[in-house]
Design a protein around this ligand. Structure first.
Ligand code: ADP
Ligand code: MG
Length: 331
């Protein structure tokens, strides 16, 4: 009798450790998103609503979003959630010394990345649009935003990472201890896998359809930005969707892809864009002077570099095993 009771308890305990997987696939924010939570169904349904709400508030193209309204009238009141993302985004612009700049939108638009009507703007046009680019001129007081004349906000470089943080928080609140949130290149691994091992998150090879490798992580975001994600070609030149706010032209820093790993999704998302703009030297410097993130960098020449904290958790695919993986150290 006692043994049967103990056995029943053990079975309950085991099933308690590994609730069934609940999943959803959503198309939002221009990408396919996949959510998995080991826990209650409501957790995933809540996350789907959160994604749609965030898209409605943050989209730069949707007519009635917070961002479109602010852009249309040089400022105004935004939702508290939008304000808190904007606040964090402005901090990240500062941290990256403007390599991330949420006011670079006039240029993103001029190059055609918003509409798909791609074109190469002339020098003069780039010069005059650059005058409008300056995140430090944006003010946020409470939930009220003020933009300088002609400035336009775009939170596209940080929105998905921020949403992944919000979903992870919602999952935790719902009692989910294990889950995977994949917002199209913006991954958040919640807890460990139900079997107790770390999640293995693949990183795309910027030069093929395959994988470069994978990182083993828990409670961590893994975010990749690369020139291969969205670009157009004209006269044999490739122009990518990440703009260098100093030149007004697509970033060309010598990096083919940047992956940022860390606990905070919005930080990793903002930094993946910024580091792609900054290039290897400035990125290494930024990493040495700050904590909270690690990097996997692939140069245009195909060299792979990882920061110290990923030395033991980054596993390259076979094609990259022969090449040396360089480790960036704090020293
Ligand atoms: P994706 O959203 O395609 O995964 P990113 O997170 O790197 O890629 O964000 C790129 C988007 O951010 C661009 O589509 C554009 O809207 C915007 N953007 C481009 N360059 C910058 C920049 N230097 N700073 C801030 N936002 C940028
Ligand atoms: Mg980004």
């Amino acid at each position: 009798m006692r043994r049967a009771f103990a056995l029943a308890l053990a079975v309950i305990a085991l099933s308690g450790c590994a609730p069934r997987a609940q999943s959803s696939t959503v198309f939002a924010m221009d990408t396919v998103m996949e959510l998995t939570a080991y826990g209650p169904r409501q957790a995933v349904d809540g996350a789907v609503s959160l994604i749609h709400e965030a898209e409605d508030r943050l989209s730069v193209t949707a007519e009635d979003s917070d961002i479109a309204r602010v852009n249309g009238s040089g400022g105004g009141e935004v939702d508290g959630d939008t304000a808190s993302l904007l606040k964090r985004a402005l901090e990240l612009c500062k941290l990256t010394d403007g390599a991330l700049d949420i006011t670079v939108y006039p240029l993103v638009r001029a190059w055609g990345f918003t509409t798909g009507a791609y074109r190469v703007p002339g020098e003069e046009e780039i010069g005059s649009l650059l005058e409008k680019v300056d995140y430090s001129a944006v003010t946020l007081e409470g939930n009220t935003v003020t933009l300088p004349e002609g400035a336009l906000l775009d939170l596209g470089a940080v929105a998905k990472g921020w949403v992944s943080d919000r979903i992870a928080a919602g999952f935790r609140e719902a009692g989910v201890r294990s889950g995977l949130i994949n917002l199209g290149g913006n991954v958040m691994a919640l807890g460990k896998k139900p079997d107790g091992s770390d999640w293995s998150v693949g990183i795309r090879d910027p030069f093929s359809e395959g994988l470069l490798g994978a990182v083993s992580v828990r409670d961590s975001a893994v975010v990749t930005s690369g020139g291969y994600q969205r670009y157009f070609e004209e006269n044999g030149v490739r122009y990518c969707h990440i703009i260098d706010p100093r030149t007004g032209r697509p970033a060309d820093s010598g990096l083919a892809s940047v992956t940022v790993v860390g606990a905070e999704g919005v930080l990793c998302d903002g930094l993946s864009t910024a580091v792609y703009v900054m290039g290897l030297e400035a990125a290494s410097q930024l990493w040495r002077e700050n904590s909270g993130f690690e990097l996997v960098l692939v140069t245009d020449g195909g060299e792979v570099l990882v920061t110290e904290g990923l030395e033991d958790v980054f596993k390259p695919m076979d094609v990259y095993k022969d090449g040396e993986i360089r480790v960036i150290r704090r020293d």
